[in-house]
Design a protein around this ligand. Structure first.
Ligand SMILES: Cc1ncc(C[n+]2csc(CCOP(=O)(O)OP(=O)(O)O)c2C)c(N)n1
Ligand SMILES: [Mg+2]
Length: 350
């Protein structure tokens, strides 16, 4: 894709997930088919796990009429609400957090037993909506998993200029939710940690924040040479490349041999070559399509998928007690009693 970008065949930005592949793939693998994801720009791996093909990603980046958005949008700004349960990303960092918390709450309301997931960068954890969204998810005990990809950089800002925290997983403590730290370059560890988090969230214990520690191995996007990143740092992380680590793991556990590796590499190269050709030979959208699909005129139906009797969420079954005692607050009952007895405060005369 970098080569296609240099050939001016990719429209808009190109954001590399090089060095972060284990996070997208490991986390997405831990979900069930009914679960929901909202990938960000560096989560192409999650799209592939969810069943999108390289041709979807290529045609989309090349704005061709055959792309999931029919050439109307670029990068990974596409989704599939019906089959794959993939919410299209927006560029606004953090905004997918309340959206996914909301989908988790809606799924629980409808009795679907789903878990939702989205990803955010180290920089994105400093947005207001990150905190608002996570607090909402926490207090509602939403079955939601948030993956923080700490790749140490937000554009040219290093993480220590972004926050006073050493571990971004500590952001979870502020909301009383579970936090976990994982080596983001170890796909097996990422998958295992996420599987535990997903089970915990699905069981009704509330959201989990997973911090995956990694390194952004390229610039922010193709235009950025990232000269502000020390070369030695990149070299030391290169020795922990997630694909190399996984290949070593497969070899060590005799899960493949050089022959299987060769077959897999050749199949991938062939599939990608075919899809690049497909994308390059696809037309751009016709001009008149610009005015189509701008407004929904009955093009799709939004319908709730109930998985439990509606009566369960209606009175009298749904009724809520009019009084909520504060169990967690020591002496709350005593305080309440004395408050009831105390006289109203004196008006301060001016
Ligand atoms: C709310 C908001 N502020 C700023 C931007 C511009 N912007 C896009 S990506 C980015 C850096 C993000 O860094 P990080 O969250 O660490 O993710 P990374 O690029 O490292 O994956 C910025 C500032 C934006 N898209 N949204
Ligand atoms: Mg970052």
């Amino acid at each position: 894709m970098a080569r296609l970008f240099r050939q001016n065949k990719i429209l808009g930005g190109l954001y590399s997930s090089y060095g972060q592949e284990a996070i997208s793939v490991g986390t997405a693998f831990a979900l069930g088919p009914g679960d929901w994801i909202a990938p960000m720009i560096r989560n192409i791996g999650a799209l592939l796990v969810r069943g999108f093909k390289p041709r979807d990603i290529l045609t989309q980046h090349m704005a061709r009429y055959t792309s999931p958005t029919k050439g109307k949008d670029g990068t990974s700004h596409f989704g599939d609400l019906k089959m794959r349960h993939v919410v299209s990303p927006t560029s606004v960092l953090g905004d997918l957090i309340p959206v996914m918390a909301g989908i988790a709450m809606a799924g629980r309301y409808l009795g679907q037993k789903i878990v939702t997931m989205t990803w955010i960068g180290d920089g994105g954890t400093s947005t207001g909506v990150f905190h608002e969204g996570l607090n909402l998810a926490a207090v509602q005990k939403a079955p939601f998993v948030l993956v923080v990809e700490n790749n140490q950089w937000a554009y040219s800002t290093p993480v220590e200029r972004q926050t006073g925290l050493r571990d971004l997983a500590d952001r979870a403590k502020a909301y009383g939710i579970k936090g976990a730290i994982v080596d983001g370059n170890d796909v097996i560890a990422v998958e295992r940690t996420t599987r535990e988090a997903v089970a915990y969230a699905r069981a009704g214990n509330g959201p989990v924040l997973i911090e995956a520690k990694t390194m952004r191995m390229r610039g922010h996007a193709q235009h950025d040479a990232a000269e502000y990143v020390p070369r030695e740092t990149l070299e030391s992380w290169k020795r922990r490349d997630p694909l190399d680590l996984y290949e070593k793991y497969l070899g060590k556990h005799k899960l493949w041999n050089p022959e299987t590796k060769k077959e897999i590499d050749q199949r991938i190269a062939r599939e990608i070559q075919e899809d690049v050709e497909f994308a390059e030979n696809s037309p751009f959208p016709p001009a008149e399509s610009a005015e189509q699909g701008v407004y929904c005129e009955g093009c799709h139906e939004i319908k709730a998928e109930w998985k439990r009797p509606k009566e369960e969420v209606m009175p009298p079954l749904s009724s809520v007690k009019p009084e909520w005692p504060l169990h967690a607050l020591r002496g709350a009952a005593r305080a309440k009693k004395s408050a009831a007895q105390s006289k109203p405060p004196k008006r301060s005369g001016r």
